[in-house]
Ligand binder design. Structure first.
Ligand SMILES: *Cc1c(COP(=O)(O)O)cnc(C)c1O
Length: 398
């Protein structure tokens, strides 16, 4: 526990998940980060207060501006993403809004890829246009679709990979070339991949955003978001957050740190079970199609192998009928029926009833989301128990 972190060899992700953000020597030897449950921090004298406010001296004044526990958790997320800096937000949606806002003003264009999270879709369709930002939708998720959609006014390209619920993979290297060509920022929602499986910043993204509610925290007990990137960009994001106020409190930041300590262990299990369940589903005659980038017949398999080092716990599949799909959902015992992904508990749903409930049925079908589609978020239970549970539910549907 001694020596400056910079003097150590580069640490691997499991180690960073446990150690980043901790400094026991500064905190009475505490092995966890102290929870600084304090709104205000007092200075020794007026000169110190002035120096802290002016940024000439490291210190704390008020928890909306900066809090030591939140800072520790931010360091851990940044370490996982190998980013210079991270800003935590009150939710994934607040992180997305907070990442986009500093780079757009009225009259600017944002180009968005079509397959994105429902909340983000709503934000881009309603809030940004009301602020005078022109949102342009690419026709598909290929870099060529995005290149065809950009304009001289495009300041931000917004993408999500892998996508939900069809688990498509977006080519971030190609997309970052398009962004660089016009001097736009590439902002990527990397929630479903998470840093163990993919690192968008290393592939050319300017900022990566997370619903840390999902894999990073992993325990289903917190709504929280993160934005990571170079300090020059996160500085602007933080400045805006300090006045818009969508901050994280110390206790939530501490819970996130605790969740992240087991992040790499959990992610390995999500990856192993995700692959095994996808292969089990692919071998069944009552399953007509499986969507998982780890399967060789997935349309983005080759790209996923280049860009990702694991394929995660989101698996979607189509049953032979809508009634069979519903029976499988209702008859599983270990899978909770509900939305969200990335937690320790497995979940199951028909996207038409959860993430895409508000999308009209016809539009849903045009997006490739049929009534026969079932989506599962594979938790960290025993792989064989999960497969046996799916098997008995499928037999009940026959
Ligand atoms: C859940 C989710 C969000 C929204 O995050 P919240 O923490 O619920 O606000 C954004 N993007 C993706 C891909 C998500 O899965």
């Amino acid at each position: 526990m001694s020596g400056a972190p910079d003097s150590r060899p580069k640490l691997r992700i499991s180690t960073r998940a446990v150690h980043a953000g901790l400094n026991p020597a500064e905190n009475s030897g505490a092995i966890t980060a102290p929870i600084f449950q304090s709104a205000t921090f007092v200075a020794a004298d007026t000169a110190e207060l002035r120096a802290i406010n002016a940024g000439e001296r490291r210190g704390y004044v008020y928890s909306r501006i900066r809090n030591p526990t939140v800072l520790a958790a931010e360091q851990r997320v940044a370490a996982l993403e190998e980013a210079q800096s991270c800003v935590l937000f009150a939710s994934g949606m607040a992180a997305i809004a907070g990442a986009i806002a500093p780079f757009l003003k009225a009259g600017d264009d944002l180009v968005a890829l079509p397959d994105i999270y429902g909340g983000t879709l709503k934000y881009l369709r309603t809030i940004l246009p009301a602020q005078g930002v022109n949102v342009i939708w690419a026709k598909g998720i290929d870099a060529a679709d995005v290149a065809a959609a950009i304009t001289p006014n495009t300041r931000v390209i917004y993408a999500e990979t892998p996508t939900n619920p069809l688990v498509r993979v977006v080519d971030l290297t190609a997309l970052s070339e398009v962004a660089r060509g016009i001097g736009a920022k590439l902002i990527v929602d990397g929630t479903l991949g998470s840093p163990m499986n993919q690192r968008p910043l290393a592939l050319g993204a300017d900022l990566v955003v997370h619903s840390a509610t999902k894999y990073l925290n992993g325990h289903g007990d917190l709504i929280i978001g993160a934005v990571c990137g170079d300090r020059a960009l996160t500085r602007d994001i933080r400045s805006l957050q300090q006045v818009s106020g969508a901050i994280v409190d110390a206790h939530s930041a501490w819970l996130l740190m605790r969740g992240m300590a087991t992040y790499a262990l959990r992610m390995r299990q999500h990856n192993t079970s995700g692959q095994a369940i996808a292969e089990f589903l692919a071998g069944r005659s009552d399953v007509t199609r499986v969507f998982y980038p780890g399967l060789p017949d997935h349309p983005d398999h080759a790209l996923a192998r280049r860009q990702m080092s694991g394929f995660g716990g989101l698996v979607s599949f189509e049953m032979y009928s809508a009634a069979a799909a519903q029976t499988v959902v209702d008859r599983t015992r270990l899978f909770g029926i509900g939305p969200s992904v990335g937690g320790v508990e497995s979940l199951i749903s028909q996207p038409g009833n959860t993430s895409h409930f508000s999308v009209p049925a016809e539009q849903r079908r045009a997006m490739g989301i049929s009534d026969r589609l079932v989506r599962i978020s594979v938790g960290i239970e025993d792989t064989d128990d999960l497969i046996a549970d799916l098997e008995q539910a499928m037999e009940a549907a026959r």
